[in-house]
Design a protein around this ligand. Structure first.
Ligand code: ZN
Length: 149
């Protein structure tokens, strides 16, 4: 325990017995870990993009299917948020424009409006039992993907 405390103290002082800057090394390791995580992230994205319409067998296929489904869920949530905020996204420049407008205020492209939502109160939805529940799950494991201990 005392030994651990010494190590802890060394970490705090950032310099070990041999004059090694552990703080600097730890920072470098963390930075390289982040770069590696970014690379894994890019591999995953590229794989999903390139295989979006391709059937993939095995575990990779399952993960890809989950990623595609998750991306669709996120898009649906974003669309819901935009609808509630009364904005549409310009297909040309990506700007968020008031849904009242017919043309993008930024680039002038004609706006494509989403189909008007079917207005239902929560009570009606609950009564007819046809509600689609959007469950927002905050997962905490994504930050550790690919991280080594
Ligand atoms: Zn635009």
């Amino acid at each position: 325990m005392f030994e651990n405390f010494e190590k802890f103290a060394e970490t705090l002082s950032n310099t070990g017995k041999n004059g090694i800057d552990f703080g600097k090394l730890s920072y470098k390791a963390a930075t390289e870990q982040k770069t590696l995580n970014d690379l894994y992230n890019r591999i995953g994205r590229k794989f999903v993009e390139e295989n979006k319409d391709v059937a993939v067998d095995g575990e990779l296929g399952e993960i890809k299917a989950q990623a595609v489904a998750k991306a669709q869920e996120i898009e649906a949530l974003k669309a819901q948020i935009r609808m509630l905020r009364g904005v549409v996204v310009c297909e040309n420049c990506g700007a968020e424009v008031d849904a009242e407008n017919d043309y993008c205020g930024k680039c002038g492209t004609k706006l494509v409006k989403p189909e008007p939502p079917v207005e239902e109160t929560e009570d009606e939805v609950a009564d007819d039992g046809e509600s689609i529940e959007v469950e927002v799950v905050v997962e905490d494991d994504h930050t550790n993907e690919g991280a080594a201990d």
